[in-house]
Structure formats: C-alpha cells, structure tokens
Design a protein around this ligand. Structure first.
Ligand SMILES: [Zn+2]
Ligand SMILES: [Zn+2]
Ligand SMILES: [Zn+2]
Length: 290
C-alpha cells in the first residue's frame, strides 16, 4: 500500500511508493559534459557580450568599465526571446560553469544581490519578481551556462498565491520537520534544508528560514543558494549531474523549492495534482546528508 501524504502548503497529494521502479535515477535524465561546440559558442561566456542584448546590470560595479565588455562577475541581460512581461537572464559567472554547485559563496552572494536589486526595481514599479533557475535540458534550460530567469510580473503568480493561508503553514511544517528530524538534511545560518514530508519527486528539497520571514530577497538568500548548491553537488556525487529546477516563493514565509528532475511528470501528476514519489523523503534526506 502506498503511503498517502498531503502537502500542507500546496495541497498536492503524494503517494510515496518506494521501489516501484528500482532505484530512482537509473536511466533518468542526466547532464552530459560540455561539447567543444558548446564551449566555443556559448553567448553567456565573458568576451562574448555582443551576443546578448545590452546588459541592464553587472556586479560588482566597476568604475571605468565600458558597458557590454569583459570585467564582470554577474551580468543581467534581457531575455532574447520574451514570451510575456519582461523577462531577464542573470548570468551567474563569467567562466563557463554549468551549475550553482560550481559557484563559491562570494559568487552566490553576487547572484543573490542581482536578484535583490532586480526585485527592488520591480517593486518600485509595483511589480513582483519571480526568479528561478533551470539546470539541464530536461529541466527546461535553453543554454547550459549557469543562469537564472527572472520576470517582473504584474501580480503574484498563482502557485505562490495558493500557498498563502490564514496562519503560516510553513511555520507549522518546519516545526514538524524539526521535531521528527528524519527529513532534515542541514541547518545553517538560520535556514533549514529538508526533503519535505510530501515531496512530490525524489530528492525534492525545501530551503527556508526557521523563523518566519517574509522578504525572500533579504540577506539570507546567498546562504540559501549555498544549501541548494550543496544538494546539486551531492546529487552529482551520488551518480551524475542531474537536471533540476529551483525557484523562490515569498508566499508569506519565503522559501526556495529545489526539484531535481529524475522523473517525467505525466497526466496524473499534471492533470490531477496527484504525485507518485518512488523515493521516500526520509531516504532521500539520509542520502543527501551523506
Ligand atoms: Zn558559457
Ligand atoms: Zn512562517
Ligand atoms: Zn512554494
């Protein structure tokens, strides 16, 4: 019998059914090493600034640097193929790195600062920033060079809004996770990293401040990225670099959701909101703790 669990934030229903298809990840999507062609043509690498639309922000600010030339650590450019609103791309490093896992803390802090500055610019226009990272083609990354996609939206997106309730359910969830301990992967700098009770997929992680905190673009974001980077690094160590999505929700109590993409969601998941997770989050947390 599957173990049925309800995620208190989203209402998703998850059947935890270990062993249904052997070890998760066997035969699942992985990220292959870069090809010569990728390295030679990547438009996000330093020195190819002319291959993106003109930058809107670079960090750190360097007096005397000509715009759209080398000499930056993090660079924000408009997305070349805007679908709606005003999407931008945050390029996470001048060298060709392919995962947050390859970035050290100072670089992750610069990425956090870029998100923070663009969130403030969006807020000044009465908009809300949605920010996320796609790693690997199976997770929707159009280019392998590590980057995030940010979009200034007119209003809070529906999935984040649906996580708001009377009273903070994330505070309640974290209290339970801390009491039960089995799904806690790490705690650092006032943040907790768990494979939540109703994880919808193998190794899904939630990173949040232990104490209720509303502003997701605050001073702890870099530390939260570091925890996410550790999970991605650990997954690569366990088997191979894996495709993954990561996004920030403010939703009253901010958090990062990190969703490794070892499986493909099908009609039941997408249409019904019922998920089958073949790796119990307790086992996933134990593996990630290593
Ligand atoms: Zn590159
Ligand atoms: Zn809370
Ligand atoms: Zn969320």
């Amino acid at each position: 019998m599957a173990d049925l669990r309800v995620d208190p934030l989203s209402g998703r229903l998850v059947a935890v059914a270990p062993g249904r298809s052997g070890r998760p990840g066997a035969g699942a999507a992985r990220i292959d090493p870069p090809t010569e062609h990728e390295l030679e043509t990547c438009p996000f690498c330093e020195g190819r600034e002319d291959r993106t639309p003109p930058e809107v922000l670079v960090l750190p600010e360097t007096p005397g640097r000509e715009p759209n030339t080398p000499g930056w650590s993090v660079r924000v450019v408009p997305n070349k193929y805007p679908a709606f609103e005003r999407p931008e791309v945050v390029i996470h490093a001048p060298q060709h790195v392919r995962s947050l896992a390859e970035l050290g803390r100072p670089q992750l802090e610069l990425v956090a600062e870029a998100w923070r500055l663009r969130a403030a610019a969006a807020a000044a226009e009465g908009k809300v920033l949605f920010a996320g990272v796609n790693e690997g083609r199976a997770a929707g990354a159009s280019l392998p060079h590590s980057h995030s996609q940010i979009v200034a939206l007119d209003e809070e997106p529906p999935i984040a809004r649906a996580e708001r309730h009377d009273g903070c359910r994330l505070c309640a969830l974290l209290e339970r996770e801390l009491a039960e301990e089995t799904r806690v992967v790490a705690e650092a700098e006032g943040l907790i990293l768990v494979c939540p009770y109703a994880s919808r997929a193998p190794y899904e992680c939630l990173i949040a401040p232990v104490e209720h905190e509303e502003n997701g673009f605050g001073p702890r974001l870099g530390a939260a990225f570091e925890l996410a980077a550790q999970v991605l690094g650990r997954l690569a160590e366990l088997d191979a670099p894996r495709p993954a999505n990561l996004w920030l929700h403010e939703s009253g109590h901010w958090h990062l959701e990190l969703l490794p993409r070892l499986n493909v969601f099908a009609a039941f998941e997408l249409g019904a909101g019922h998920y089958i997770n073949t790796l119990a989050p307790e086992a996933a947390a134990a593996e990630l703790r290593g």
